[in-house]
Design a protein around this ligand. Structure first.
Ligand code: SF4
Length: 343
């Protein structure tokens, strides 16, 4: 089997990793090489029998990328562009802030949601990433930055793609992240981002995992929202909000509402008031995100004054809110921009 057709070990549940007959303890040793040491070859796994290492080498691969490129930003974030076995590309971002290692990972090549302000949306949909390709981003970044994959404490699945449309692989990757023999992360530190798919939100609620759910609302009224997210007509705002109530009624945690501030599009005071109304009865935190301009974007960010005025309406109504500046502006900062500019 060639290197690119061999299945990656990262696609397996950590407690389903292979082990030689009669030596189940080798499975944990192998898991430690992969998820604790971030080994990039089977040859490096020095406490495993040489014959078994050869066997593993013949049947499996590890990180499933043919190339990783690293772009450092002035604000200390680092963007990675990965080339997959079929030549397509996807991205991840490492954000080393406040002493925490946070990674933003992709769930797809491109994205079918087509949000009008997003560079990934402009790429269109390429394909879903496999479980191994999602977990592989985390491992490749840890190896690239020189720390153990198990040191990563925060993951946001907010890079390229709509994670809930790649449900099984995204959830599979989350299971590797929280597995005690995998990356040992707390599910409370994993954020799954969605454009708002009520059916999938309800399905996720039934998993009973205390993940953070982030919903890209971007507007409180259908007309503006459909202008920003052309595919949004498939689900009404009423149904999306109802699914968030279902999420919380099923024990789900506080919901994060993502709201990208677009000049003259969704930043009027009546829209702030509309957002307050939409969120009534929900335990939610709103992130107001000044738009991060990129090459062909046809939007501009709302001004600081407008954002502060919008924020005040939410604060006065008792809505929890913060203003988030996106990172990595000087390295192709908008999600998907690296892949877009590199072809
Ligand atoms: S903002 Fe997210 S959901 Fe929308 S097109 Fe970009 S990657 Fe897809």
């Amino acid at each position: 089997m060639s290197e690119t057709t061999k299945p990656s070990l990262l696609g397996l549940e950590p407690d389903a990793l292979p082990a030689p007959e009669g030596q189940p303890y080798r499975r944990r040793q192998l898991a430690d090489w992969v998820y604790l040491h971030g080994a990039s070859s089977f040859a490096a796994m020095s406490n495993l029998p040489a014959s078994w290492r050869t066997e593993l080498e013949t049947g499996y691969s590890l990180i499933p990328f043919t190339r990783s490129e690293r772009f450092r930003s002035h604000d200390a974030s680092v963007r990675y562009l990965f080339t997959l076995a079929d030549g397509r590309q996807t991205e991840a971002v490492y954000m080393p802030y406040s002493g925490r290692k946070t990674l933003c990972l992709s769930s797809m090549v491109g994205c079918p949601a087509g949000c009008a302000f997003c560079a990934t949306g402009a790429l269109g949909f390429g394909r879903n990433l496999s479980r191994a390709e999602i977990v592989g981003q985390l491992l490749a970044v840890a190896v690239g930055e020189g720390f153990s994959p198990r040191e990563v404490r925060n993951v946001v699945l907010m890079g390229m793609g709509e994670a809930l449309l790649n449900y099984d692989n995204a959830l599979g990757a989350v299971r590797t992240m929280i597995h005690p023999q995998g990356l040992e992360m707390s599910p409370r530190r994993i954020t799954l981002s969605t454009v708002g798919l009520p059916g999938r939100i309800r399905k996720l609620a039934a998993e009973k995992l205390p993940l953070v759910l982030a919903v890209s609302l971007h507007a409180p009224d259908e007309e503006t929202r459909r202008h920003i997210i052309p595919t949004a007509h498939a689900h009404s705002l009423d149904d999306i909000i109802a699914s968030l109530h279902d999420w919380q009624n099923a024990g789900g945690r506080r919901v994060t509402i993502e709201y990208t501030m677009l000049d003259g599009v969704n930043d009027a005071l009546w829209q702030a008031e509309g957002l307050v109304e939409r969120l009534s009865g929900l335990v939610a935190h709103v992130n107001l995100i000044p738009f991060n301009p990129w090459g062909e974007a046809r939007f501009r960010s709302s001004s600081r004054v407008t954002i502060e005025r919008f924020e005040k309406v939410l604060v006065r109504a008792g809505v929890s809110v913060s203003v988030r500046f996106s990172r990595g502006r000087d390295t192709g900062g908008a999600c998907g921009q690296l892949a877009l500019t590199r072809g």
